[in-house]
Design a protein around this ligand. Structure first.
Ligand SMILES: O=C1O[C@H](COP(=O)(O)O)[C@@H](O)[C@H](O)[C@H]1O
Length: 259
């Protein structure tokens, strides 16, 4: 697992634009070398900001959208099309505007779908991930090129909240979440083992309300108390912050450009 690397941008708009440029490059590189690329999307303000910035970038046309697999790190267990679903927000921010192959857009199940409950929905998504994993892949999930994560003010990532059972899971790749402290209470989430199977994990944190979470997660907290501390990529772990979110980092952690 890789150690966190930090990049701090002036403000959240610039952070979103720079992250979008970085993601375009990463996808194009993967498609050039392997033919396809796979990205795990996150919900939340920073994740949707990145998608909107990507949509506004002329360089988005460098991506072959028909050869891009999209997965989700978590989903709010709500009816299809609900405005609070992460997939609905991602479609509005970008996905409806680009020529994706619908067969490669792997949304998490909705509450009005075929599954009896949130746990059955999580099992179904785990099966979908396992079916897409190759023999060389790790932990029953495909080798995602980039896995994006927002960071909640309480240090949650995906829908893994401090101290709840999901963040303690070591076997399953996807879990049903009950009683999430942030609404809605029912969610579906990748687990830390699934997250850590990604080549690169990028954590997005912009705004004053993320400053405490970033400082805690990057200062040696345990992953049960601070799930963001346990989100690491095999090859790279990148924290993309703005100055507000970096404002409480210990001086020794601040990159030279903003120290
Ligand atoms: O509910 C969620 O929240 C987190 C963080 O969202 P933010 O708006 O505070 O940035 C997000 O990463 C997660 O995907 C989402 O379901």
């Amino acid at each position: 697992m890789s150690a966190p690397q930090l990049v701090v941008h002036r403000d959240k708009e610039l952070m979103a634009q720079a992250a979008a440029a970085r993601l375009i490059t990463r996808i194009v590189d993967a498609q050039s070398s392997r033919g396809t690329a796979s990205v795990v999307l996150t919900g939340g303000r920073n994740g949707n900001g990145l998608l909107a910035a990507l949509g506004a970038s002329k360089a988005r046309d460098a991506i072959d959208w028909s050869r891009l697999d999209l997965w989700w790190g978590d989903e709010r267990f709500l009816p299809e099309g609900d405005p609070e679903r992460n997939a609905t927000q991602a479609r509005e921010a970008l996905l409806d505007a680009v020529p994706l192959d619908p067969g490669r857009v792997h949304t998490m199940p909705a509450s009005d779908g075929a599954h009896a409950d949130v746990d059955a929905a999580a099992e179904a998504y785990a099966r979908e991930l396992a079916a897409a994993a190759g023999p060389e892949d790790h932990s029953g999930v495909p080798g995602f090129d980039v896995l994006l994560l927002g960071v909640g003010p309480d240090t949650h990532v995906a829908s893994l909240f401090p101290e709840l059972p999901g963040v303690r899971e070591r076997e399953r790749t996807v879990v049903g979440v009950h009683g999430a402290p942030k609404p809605p209470p029912l969610r579906v989430s990748l687990t830390l083992p699934a997250i850590r199977a990604a080549r690169e994990v990028w954590l997005l944190a912009a705004g004053d309300d993320k400053a405490n979470a970033a400082a805690i997660a990057l200062s040696g907290a345990g992953e049960i108390q601070a799930p963001a501390a346990g989100a690491r990529g095999r090859a790279r772990t990148l924290w993309l912050l703005d100055r507000a979110a970096a404002s409480q980092l210990p001086v020794e952690l601040r990159p030279p450009a903003v120290a």
